[in-house]
Design a protein around this ligand. Structure first.
Ligand SMILES: Cc1ncc(COP(=O)(O)O)c(C=O)c1O
Length: 422
């Protein structure tokens, strides 16, 4: 049977989860190298998805291969501290401003799930403030008002998945990103009931307006609410110390994943020692004890891959290069849209970029929702057809250190053709 037919035979939607290609465009990959991926039919793509941002050094990076090969012969998982896990914790403590203590997880979803549990245990409160359109992983809170369609009045949530208890909706306060006044009002209305604010400091590709993060930090501190930065995307990407270093705002807790593992499964919850210490097993039975267990978390193969990734990222010029690539890509799109007289907004920061077809500036989910989403999907599918590997579900473009100026020029040239044809 044709591999694509087989993948539709076994995988719902013919995907591993949330990719949403048409059947005609679907394929099966065989391998990747640097900024390119190759399918089983021999087609080459320039990869602007890079495993949804995980492969920040590019595919099959020699330093990661070497580190993983060296470790894998010594055992791949012990569910116990190894030299690799310890070395990685030391490095995270050095790199990340809030990381007094660390627990590893196996994914970003797990990391944000635990961060929220810690916040609830520490404060003894249950409500969680989440911004509309933000993604915090696949758990019940993470997908509240992720892609809401009805735009209900704030703070009413709209779950983006079925299968979630109605009770959860009562515990989540949905706020508009970049609107400090409304967020503050919602926090005041729920005074004394809120455990935490969880946020992507750079929400999807929308940067925070001046003073927004600082304002959220100030209000949460005043009200005894914990601030969680979901750094699964921003971590080790906007800066070595993540968004907290880049924007200069330090949260109480932060969740990491993706780039941290350089393409290997990992997550990390970092934060204040007095909060993280709640999961010490000696507290079992205590009122604020946090159950924390994850069989594969901190396994030495992922930790070795992560240490190798971080060593590469620490080399001089890394973040200048990542930001330079991102700037070139965003400028390329801006010029292209102007030349073709297509109304659009080019969003992003660092090595991240997203194009939205709307005349209005985008500052939050609702302004992004006004964009022509059908056109964006059509554009993404045309790019895919022409050899640009991206996720048409997200349309967020990720760059790695393996991408070249030539890759970016090719994407712009192919985009021109795709837009002219549409
Ligand atoms: C901001 C953010 N948080 C959490 C997650 C979940 O991470 P994972 O897919 O590793 O569970 C993602 C994944 O895309 C994300 O973008």
């Amino acid at each position: 049977m044709n591999p694509v037919d087989l993948s539709f035979r076994f995988f719902p939607g013919g995907s591993l989860g949330e990719f949403n290609l048409t059947r005609e465009l679907s394929t099966v990959l065989s391998h990747g190298k640097g900024s390119k991926v190759y399918d089983v039919f021999g087609k080459e793509f320039i990869d602007f998805s890079i495993s949804w941002g995980s492969v920040i050094l590019g595919h099959a990076h020699p330093a990661i291969i070497k580190a993983v090969k060296k470790q894998i012969g010594k055992g791949s998982s012990f569910s116990y501290i190894t030299e690799q896990a310890l070395g990685l914790a030391e490095e995270l403590n050095r790199a990340i401003p809030c990381a007094e203590k660390i627990r590893f997880a196996a994914s970003g979803t797990e990391a944000t799930f635990y961060a929220i549990r810690f916040a609830r245990a520490f404060t003894g409160k249950t409500k969680v403030v989440k911004f509309e359109g933000a993604y915090h992983g696949a758990h019940d809170i993470g997908v509240m008002s992720l892609f809401p369609q009805s735009l209900l009045p704030f703070p009413q949530p709209e779950p983006t998945s079925a299968g979630i208890s109605k009770q959860i909706e009562k515990e989540v306060i949905i706020a508009p990103y970049n609107d400090l006044g409304t967020t503050q009002e919602l926090m005041e209305k729920n005074e004394g009931e809120i455990a935490c604010v969880i946020m992507e400091p750079l929400q999807r590709c929308t940067p925070p307006v001046r003073g927004f993060l600082e304002g959220i930090r100030k209000i949460t501190q005043e009200k005894g609410i914990l601030l969680i930065f979901d750094e699964v995307v921003t971590g080790f990407r906007l800066a070595y110390g993540g968004a907290q270093e880049y924007y200069g705002v330090v949260p109480d807790l932060a969740a990491f994943g993706k780039a941290l593992g350089g393409g290997h499964p990992i997550g990390a919850i970092c934060g204040r020692a007095d909060i993280l210490d709640l999961c010490a097993e000696s507290n079992l039975g205590g009122e604020a004890y946090v159950w924390f267990a994850s069989t594969l978390a901190g396994n030495p193969v992922s930790a070795a891959a992560s240490l190798a990734t971080l060593k590469e990222l620490r080399k001089p010029g890394t973040y200048e290069r990542l930001h330079d690539l991102g700037r070139k890509l965003r400028e390329g799109f801006q010029i292209l849209l102007r030349e073709l007289e297509i109304p659009g907004q080019v969003l992003g920061d660092g090595p991240l970029c997203q194009v939205l077809f709307t005349e209005r500036p985008v500052i939050d989910y609702r302004t992004a929702f006004l964009a022509d989403r059908q056109k964006a999907r059509k554009f993404a599918l045309r790019l895919f057809e022409k050899g640009i590997f991206l996720n048409p579900m997200g349309t967020k473009l990720y760059l790695s250190l393996a991408h070249t100026d030539e890759d970016i020029q090719k994407l712009i040239d192919i985009s021109r053709k795709a837009l002219e044809e549409m």
